[in-house]
Design a protein around this ligand. Structure first.
Ligand code: MN
Ligand code: MN
Length: 469
């Protein structure tokens, strides 16, 4: 059949319109295969790293296997060297030294490895009506109603009075017990059902059920609590006061799984922001002799404002960078002002079930690739770093040249709400920064959903940035 000649309108359309296509219509066979194997590795990472501490342990393990060594002050830093430094077990910085001097700046991928969860209070254990519970104080922006009646695991550390540390991860091994927060039965929920979603489950009712069997004795009070303490004492050598110096986090007991008949999606806890943390890391681990030094920063405490000694506001990052710069006799500020950072954090994926909170013309879509956000923030970009047109132009070029499928996006409709990332804290350091990451459905819920194509393209995008700048 003869090919029909294109109409003038068709020709102009092809030349002028920004024609957004589904990523699967553009995916090459090579990328298809690489995407599948990348996502299998990513799911393993998710299951191994359910807390920021576990993420750091897993990152160290993967980095060491690729030849990374701890960077200590006073070491030299030569092209091809691979370093990491752990900040208090909860954040980690890695670098591959480039051929150009640090005075020419570095390419940074910054993501966070903390996720919303239920933290135990300092005095958590109590008994009521012959049932034992742990009191919690939620961490990060959760929708409380989503955290009841789901299976929970307990992870973290307990520092005993003698200074020794006990690591806990209960629920990860087959046969382990799990925990849960109970909710009202519908038969008695008439009053609760009238309340707004945000008030139906008060924070003080997020108490984790941990036991019901009394200590074998005829009298005494709180025998269920005593029996729990007895088990903890036998297993870990704990006494009740040890909870005071503990960081115990209840996290959903879900395994990372393929979602959908077509297995095109991944469902898991903590994909905000381990999906970008893993992408930033995996890309760095494959970066050999970049032009500019490539740096991967995996921060803690993003979900509560990047505060604290392990958050992105902490000087730990500057100290690491300054120590690297000292090795090449370069001033830190000179390095920073020539550097570029991709703040790699998730964005909201357009959800047709809740269409009204999105601007569909500017929303990130599942399977449309890595999602850039020129700005985040709320109420008129408040709290955003708002990257310059020049920076966006640089990234656009870099990713197009590397064959990365990407999209431009905003988190949601202007008045619907908003959010922030670590971008603003990188920008404050005089580092040009752009937000980019994976679109997520059900963000901050116990079971978040991402598209495999977007996960893989974010990794590919990070790799392009490490290697191109
Ligand atoms: Mn995030
Ligand atoms: Mn978040």
């Amino acid at each position: 059949m003869e090919e029909k000649e294109k109409t003038p309108a068709q020709l102009r359309q092809e030349a002028l319109l920004d024609d957004r296509k589904n990523g699967y219509d553009r995916l090459t066979p090579e990328d298809e295969a690489a995407m599948q194997s990348y996502c299998e590795d990513y799911k393993k990472f998710l299951d191994a790293a359910k807390t920021e501490r576990e993420a750091v342990d897993e990152v160290v393990r993967l980095a060491q296997a690729k030849g990374f060594v701890p960077f200590t002050r006073g070491m030299s830093a030569n092209p091809g060297d691979k370093f990491y430094r752990v900040n208090r077990g909860k954040a980690i910085m890695l670098a591959v030294i480039g051929d150009k001097p640090l005075a020419d700046g570095v390419s940074i991928g910054a993501a966070h490895i903390d996720s919303p969860r239920l933290d135990l209070k300092p005095e958590p254990l109590y008994e009521d009506s012959e049932m034992a519970f742990l009191k919690t104080h939620y961490y990060g922006g959760i929708r409380k109603y989503q955290w009841v009646t789901i299976p929970l695991e307990l992870h973290g550390v307990i520092v005993k009075k003698d200074g020794s540390t006990v690591k806990v991860a209960i629920g990860t091994c087959p046969g382990d017990p799990l925990f849960t927060v109970d909710d009202l039965l519908p038969h008695l929920g008439a009053e609760q059902s009238k309340k707004p979603l945000g008030e139906a489950i008060p924070g003080e009712s997020l108490n984790i059920l941990v036991g019901s069997r009394p200590f074998k004795d005829d009298d005494g009070s709180d025998r269920v609590k005593l029996a729990i303490l007895d088990i903890l004492n036998q297993k870990y050598g704990l006494v009740e006061a040890d909870f005071i110096s503990a960081e115990l986090e209840a996290v959903p007991a879900f395994r990372a799984s393929d979602i959908g008949f077509d297995r095109s999606l991944i469902g898991a806890y903590g994909q905000d922001d381990r999906v970008c943390a893993y992408a930033s890391l995996a890309a760095l681990l494959e970066t050999e002799r970049p032009a500019h030094t490539a740096v991967c920063m995996l921060a803690d405490k993003e979900e509560i404002g990047s505060e604290g000694v392990s958050g992105m506001k902490s000087a730990a990052f500057d100290t690491f960078m300054s120590d690297l710069c000292d090795a090449q006799r370069v001033a830190l500020k000179v390095c920073y002002e020539h550097s570029f950072c991709l703040s790699s954090d998730v964005t909201a994926a357009y959800d047709p079930n809740f269409a009204s909170v999105y601007d569909k013309y500017n929303a990130a879509r599942v399977n449309y690739g890595m999602g850039f956000c020129k700005y985040t923030g709320a109420r008129g970009k408040s709290g955003a770093s708002d990257a310059s047109a020049e920076v966006v132009g640089f990234v656009r070029r870099t990713l197009d040249d590397a064959g990365v499928i990407w999209q431009m996006s905003e988190l949601g409709a202007v008045d619907a709400g908003g959010g922030g990332t670590v971008a603003v804290y990188m920008a404050e350091r005089d580092i040009d920064t752009l937000d980019a990451g994976v679109p997520v459905l059900s963000m901050h819920s116990p079971f978040e959903t991402t598209g495999k194509l977007d996960c893989y393209m974010t990794y590919k995008g990070m790799k392009a940035v490490y290697q191109a700048h």
